[in-house]
Design a protein around this ligand. Structure first.
Ligand SMILES: Cc1cc2nc3c(=O)[nH]c(=O)nc-3n(C[C@H](O)[C@H](O)[C@H](O)COP(=O)(O)O)c2cc1C
Length: 371
């Protein structure tokens, strides 16, 4: 019911305003609602869905359901108190950069409704690590909160400066006891574009140097590397061969945004008129799913996979789980379907598990690959 109200009444109104403006408004509203116990309870009652079969253990984290908010929506830590009520099982904040960073000129966001996609041109806008940690404060949250860390898209003097900046971010976040996992973002297409060095964080030489530097940071919480989307399974395997040398890395997230405008999931007119940036939602789904299958086949039992890209329904999430994802993350499906969709997706996953005779998400993970 709330989904219909959102899609028929609220979304058409919101979609009349620039996406940047609506995003800022949602963050303010979310922060405000999250600060009220009554609002949290009411929204939780309205939206969230609980079922024992959805409970997962992700790299030692006990999580009520496998659906997380992906990095990028709550980039400056405004929503940690309200996301559990909406029904998320876990949430990533960020990507946070070491210093405050202004990002790209507006518009930073756009919509491609026919393609069920968002145009993202944020360029690592961040309040900076100190400011974000201050906002997160010392309170514990209802669900595991993770922090995505990355470099900016500014001009760096040399590659070493990038690895040092990311390492300094990890060094600062260590004091935040209420942050329960980390993401290392090597995959924003914007970041890759500006690198004029021979090394790049998303290619073996640069990635090796980055992990060797982070190895000195004594990272003691689960860390997931957020991988680029538009690489072949072999290229991602080459990066994972470096990942598996480090026991402090728990797994990988497959994957980040799409850049390729030739992707057949786009509506041709919409993509022709799209401004500068990269794309989320349905255009990321097929490639993300293919990578999950290929990487699960190679690294099952060695690396945990979090699936991300184009999840709008429980069936979309379940497809990623059956291909090998132990959990999933999403943003765009929530924007198009409404905040009530997280509970709907969880209910649909629980129903699909039951239909297939699985008692838990863990039992379903990778069954499409192993059967
Ligand atoms: C507005 C927006 C901002 C994003 N910013 C980031 C980011 O800062 N760091 C990151 O790792 N991914 C970022 N992403 C990518 C998402 O985390 C996710 O990988 C991608 O959107 C695919 O998932 P979806 O189809 O469910 O949105 C962003 C996505 C969107 C829509």
């Amino acid at each position: 019911m709330s989904g219909i109200i959102y899609r028929k009444i609220i979304k058409p109104v919101l979609f009349n305003f620039p996406a940047d403006q609506v995003h800022a408004m949602v963050l303010t509203l979310g922060r405000w609602l999250g600060s009220s116990g009554i609002a949290r309870k009411f929204i939780g009652h309205l939206f969230s869905y609980h079922n024992k079969s959805l409970h997962i253990n992700l790299a030692g984290l006990s999580i009520k359901n496998p659906v997380g908010l992906a990095a990028g929506f709550d980039y400056d830590a405004d929503l940690m108190r309200i996301t559990p009520s909406i029904g998320f099982g876990f949430q990533s904040i960020g990507t946070v950069t070491l210093g405050a960073y202004r990002g790209n000129p507006r518009p930073m966001l756009g919509r491609l409704p026919k393609s069920r996609s968002l145009l993202v041109n944020k360029g690592f806008k961040s309040a900076g690590m100190q400011a974000v940690l201050k906002k997160i404060g010392k309170n514990n949250f209802e669900i595991p909160i993770g922090l995505s860390i990355g470099a900016t898209n500014r001009r760096y003097e040399n590659f070493n400066e990038i690895t040092e900046e990311i390492a300094a971010g990890f060094s600062l976040v260590r004091i935040a006891e209420n942050i329960q996992y980390y993401e290392l973002n090597i995959s924003c297409p914007n970041l890759i574009n500006i690198a004029s060095f021979t090394e790049r964080v998303d290619e073996p030489a640069g990635f090796t140097a980055l992990l060797a530097r982070l190895n000195k940071e004594q990272i003691a919480k689960p860390l997931f590397v957020k991988m680029p989307l538009e690489k072949s399974p072999e290229e991602i395997i080459a990066l994972c061969e470096i990942v598996i040398k480090y026991s402090w890395i728990s797994g990988i997230i497959l994957s980040n945004l799409a850049k390729d405008r030739g992707n057949s999931a786009f509506d041709p007119e919409e993509i022709k008129n799209a401004g500068e940036g990269n794309f989320s939602g349905k255009p990321t789904e097929k490639k993300s799913n293919e990578l999950i299958s290929a990487l699960y086949e190679k690294y099952r039992g060695k690396l945990i996979i979090i699936g991300c890209g184009g999840i709008f329904s429980g069936a979309d999430a379940y497809e990623k789980i059956k291909r090998g994802a132990s959990a999933v993350q999403m943003i765009t499906g929530m924007i198009y379907m409404g905040p009530g969709q997280i509970g709907v997706i969880n209910k649909e996953i629980a129903d699909l598990l039951k239909k297939d005779g699985f008692k838990s998400v863990a039992e379903a993970v990778g069954t499409k690959i192993t059967e």
